[in-house]
Design a protein around this ligand. Sequence first.
Ligand SMILES: Cc1ncc(COP(=O)(O)O)c(C=O)c1O
Length: 378
Amino acid sequence: MRNIELSEIKKMEKQARENGDVISLAQGYPDFSTPWQVVEFVKNHLHEAVWHQYTLAMGNLKLREKIASNLNEEGGSYSPEEIIITAGANAGLMATLLSCFQPGDSIAILCPTYASYFQQFKIAGIIPIFIPLNEKNWSLDLELLSDRINAHKPKAILLCNPNNPTGTLLSKNELLQIANIAEKYNMLILCDEVYSFLVYDNKEYFSLSSLPEFKHNFIKIQSFSKKYAMTGWRIGYICSSKKIIEKILSVHDLLINCAPSVSQLAAISSLENGEKFVNYFKEEFTKRRDLFYDLIQDLNEFLFAYKPQGTYFYFIKLKKNYENFTSQLFNVAKVAVVKGNAFGPFYDNYFRISFAKEPEVLITAVERMKKFFTQLTP
Ligand SMILES: Cc1ncc(COP(=O)(O)O)c(C=O)c1O
């Protein structure tokens, strides 16, 4: 049997859902409903047999045309043949790892980063080359990145931008420098952009997909999950050059055949009608980010966190050592969070929370944490 475990995030979420009185800040998903216009659109078309059947393995053409048109409005040059509709970003990344790499290949990865990547690497037999972010403010150390790539010559670099769990947003300049390094070492760049819609403080999101000169080695992994509050529909996409997409398509077909047709229908509508809802979601997330930051200032004797530039996570540093911190917090305070070392091997003294929750839930969670810390001696 292979040693692939359920990710720490999903384990904590499961435990939390099995215990009614636990507040879960573990798994990160918007607690909003999918925009009602999307739901109505699906209801109105659900009787059409075409949505009960397989689409092409690549996905519905109208959806791929819409995605290509949006990418090209931002400067890209994608055709619908260079896009695969996936069952969310995770399935897209898994198909990419299994099709573009051989067991034993290495991929550079910034860390801390999204827990599932480590397990996905394991499945594909990929060796991670860790490039730790600066613990000071979770910024990228480009010199370290360049040195590590020069030393290990990985086949690719995987970026999560903005980064789960630190909220680090890579700037256009940083991405261009990474692209130049990738060019020099003939590496692929995989970029998980599921939180690209959620950057704060009027910061601009930049994607290498807007520069056609990088298409030959850039793979964009996107999702409708977070942006349109559609996590349960399991829908996303990847785009790249035709040559790469053809490779990925064969594995995608073997893994899932095609993304759920009814969810592709919903995705068409979310692109047509979703933007005003996304603006509302962003406003709410901004309020929650600021609220949570203010709330935890009362706990600064025990913990510390930087305000994220994007995503809905805080990656929080414990100022003292606590044994089995997340289990104790779960059992005693009834708050589920995810332990830091789920996001990379250097983060025992950290934990992650998702603030994609109603303000009252965040207030109660922090009250419980306050009580917990004041009663606990390290
Ligand atoms: C960075 C990152 N990538 C991918 C996913 C999964 O996205 P999807 O629902 O599209 O599979 C998540 C979910 O938490 C995530 O945080």
